[in-house]
Every structure is written in structure tokens, then in C-alpha cells.
Write a protein that binds this ligand. Structure first.
Ligand SMILES: [Zn+2]
Ligand SMILES: [Zn+2]
Length: 364
């Protein structure tokens, strides 16, 4: 009987284990991928430390992945109507089981908040099978939405953008950037880098990025940033710098992708009157911050929004964008280094200590 090796977080703050899983029986409408690439991002570091709620340990981490269809049962198609066949190189939306029947799904059109929603590599247990990407194979449950990696898209480009690209697309959509508008991006991690790339593709004017890591700020310029601000300078100096970039008005749009509570308050300080702030960096609970409702929100007439997860449309368009603009936006270089599955612990360590923006697990 065929078996597959997978990396497992047995419980929070415990060493990674490698376990053998037997090949699953395929239900009608399901498929089995032989994994090609998966990614290691900040969420995996949070999962390792037990900082997300509702995670059914043990889990096989790895949410955004690419693989080759090894087996399938029944006729499956992509949303484009293309038939899926054995041997095809595909990726899939990690979000699954959004019910389409609850209040969030049906009445208020917010499937991101559907209570039935599950995510590969995060909210599926390893006890339920090969449902994470740090594995030689991934089981595509019936209804999982797969899409081909187009010929013109290198898998390294898509996995380099990975979940950060999908999240960034959702946040940039929410901000409704108009041609020529100024954008500030708080945080130059994987989400922030993709926000910069997408803001520039959306026709933003000045794009200023805030971070303390010089390499990340340099890379943001390759993604399309016009200005960078080192946040290790005193707060007042960086607020002055932000004001001088915008003739004292503040930025039309600020997207917070850093995960630091202070950055949310600072975003409200540097946005212009009547501007927009989108918060997408606080995927885990990083604490609270004092906000002054009069000066920072009410009087400024600011629009403040939170952005949680992503929907199929963001994933689908992320594939299209990576295929179309992968030559001009260096997503492939963002995944600094690829690691063998057996060395995924080193990849996790590199992301945790921020020596890499993100890491890629090369499985086959
Ligand atoms: Zn629902
Ligand atoms: Zn991720």
C-alpha cells in the first residue's frame, strides 16, 4: 500500500514530527495531488506557537500549495470549464466548506465569516488525513476548487506570491484605489510586498512603505514602492516624513499589513482627512492599542475596514495576475529559498526569525 510522508505540528510549541499517512480512498468528486510546492509563511509560525484559536492539532501545515493530479474520481472541471486530468499541474483554494446556507453566506454576503468554513493546513486535523501542504500528497476533498497553473506562469512565481498575494488582493480591492492616489503600506512582509505590487498595478501615485528591515524596504522598491520609511526612526520624525511626502495632507489610502497594534493607530495618523484605512495584518491577536476616536476617526471622516481571509475570486484573480505580471513583479524572488520537506523546520525558523520574507517547500 502506498504511503506518504507529511510534516505534522503535534501540538503547539512541540517539535515537528514526520508521519506516514496511507493513501486515502478517493470519494466521488475527490482527487489526490502529488505536492510540488508549498509555502511557509508567518501564519505557520503562529500555528507552531499556538497563537490561532480553533486549530485542531495535530495538523499538517501548509495552506497554499501546488501539485500534480495523481489520481481523481469522477469528471472534475475548473471554474473556467476546463477538464481536470491526471498529470495536470494545479493549485487550489485552501478555503473549503463555506456552506452557502448560513446568515453570513446568504444574507449579508460575507462567506469569509461563515462558521462552517475550513482551511487546508490550518483548521483541518491531521487525524482527518492529508489536508495540508507540507506533505508528499494532498487530498482534494469533493468540492475543493482547483485551477490549472497556466503555461506562462512559473510555479515559483505563484508560490512566491502565495497566500500573501491573495490576501493583498482582497485588501487592495477593499481600498478601491483610484489612478494617481497615494498609498502607504505599513509592513514590508509578504502581504505588504504584494500590496505594493498590486497598488502600483492599480495605478497608484506615490507608494510609501514603512518597515524597519532594510532588505525588505529595498525589495519593496522592486515591487513598485516610490518611497520607503525606516520605522526605527523616532515616531515624530517618521510622521513628519509621511506628511512631507503628501504635502501635509496624509495618504489617500493606508493599508496596514504589519501586525503591530501601533501601526493601526499610526495608519489613522497618516491617512488624509476622508481617506481609507484597511487593516489586514492582524491575523492573530497581537494586543490592543489606544485609538483617539475624535482626532483619528470621527473628525478625520476616515473609512476604517478590516479584511479577513479571502474568497475564491481573490484566489482566481491572483493566479491570473501572477501569470500576467510575474515578469515585472518579482514574486518568484520573494520566496528566498526553497527547502526539502525533511528540512521544513529550518524553513520555519528562517521565517520566524525574519531572515526570509517567506520560504518555499519543494516536495518533489
Ligand atoms: Zn456559511
Ligand atoms: Zn500563509
Amino acid at each position: 500500500m502506498t504511503s506518504y510522508l507529511a510534516a505534522v505540528f503535534p501540538r503547539p510549541n512541540s517539535p515537528i514530527e514526520f508521519r506516514d499517512f496511507s493513501e486515502p480512498d478517493l470519494e466521488p468528486g475527490s482527487a489526490l495531488l502529488h505536492t510540488a510546492f508549498s509555502e511557509v509563511c508567518g501564519t505557520d509560525v503562529h500555528l507552531y506557537h499556538g497563537r490561532l484559536t480553533g486549530v485542531p492539532y495535530p495538523i499538517i501545515p501548509g495552506h497554499v500549495s501546488i501539485g500534480v493530479i495523481a489520481k481523481m474520481r469522477g469528471a472534475l472541471k475548473t471554474v473556467n470549464g476546463d477538464a481536470l486530468k491526471e498529470g495536470d499541474l494545479v493549485t487550489f483554494l485552501d478555503v473549503h466548506e463555506t456552506c452557502g446556507a448560513c446568515y453570513h453566506c446568504l444574507v449579508v454576503d460575507q462567506p469569509n465569516r461563515c462558521p462552517s468554513r475550513k482551511v487546508y493546513g490550518i483548521t483541518y486535523s491531521a487525524n482527518d488525513g492529508l489536508l495540508g501542504g507540507w506533505s508528499q500528497a494532498i487530498y482534494m476533498k469533493p468540492g475543493v476548487k482547483m485551477i490549472h497553473i497556466p503555461k506562462e506562469l512559473s510555479p515559483q512565481t505563484f508560490i512566491g506570491g502565495g497566500c500573501g498575494l491573495v490576501t493583498a488582493l482582497h485588501a487592495v480591492d477593499m481600498s478601491k484605489i483610484r489612478l494617481g492616489e497615494s498609498v502607504a503600506v505599513m509592513g514590508a512582509g509578504p502581504v505588504g510586498q504584494s500590496v505594493v505590487a498590486l497598488a502600483s498595478l492599480s495605478g497608484a501615485g506615490d507608494i510609501a512603505v514603512f518597515d524597519r528591515v532594510a532588505d525588505r524596504l529595498d525589495f519593496a522598491r522592486d515591487m513598485g514602492a516610490t518611497d520607503t520609511i525606516d520605522i526605527s526612526m523616532p515616531r515624530q520624525l517618521r510622521l513628519d516624513a509621511a506628511r512631507s511626502l503628501t504635502r501635509g495632507r496624509g495618504f489617500d489610502i493606508v493599508i496596514e499589513a504589519s501586525g503591530h497594534p501601533d501601526a493601526v493607530s499610526e495608519a489613522l495618523d497618516i491617512v488624509r482627512d476622508g481617506g481609507q484605512v484597511v487593516v489586514c495584518g492582524h491575523y492573530t491577536d497581537n494586543g490592543s492599542v489606544e485609538i483617539h476616536p475624535h482626532w483619528q476617526i470621527n473628525r478625520k471622516h476616515v473609512e476604517l475596514r478590516g479584511c479577513w481571509g479571502s474568497r475564491y475570486e481573490h484566489f482566481h484573480r491572483a493566479v491570473e495576475i501572477a501569470a500576467r505580471f510575474g515578469d515585472t513583479k518579482p514574486w518568484s524572488a520573494m520566496a528566498g529559498q526553497s527547502y526539502a520537506l525533511s528540512d521544513v523546520g529550518s524553513a520555519l525558523e528562517a521565517v520566524a526569525n525574519r531572515s526570509l520574507v517567506k520560504a518555499v517547500v519543494r516536495v518533489q
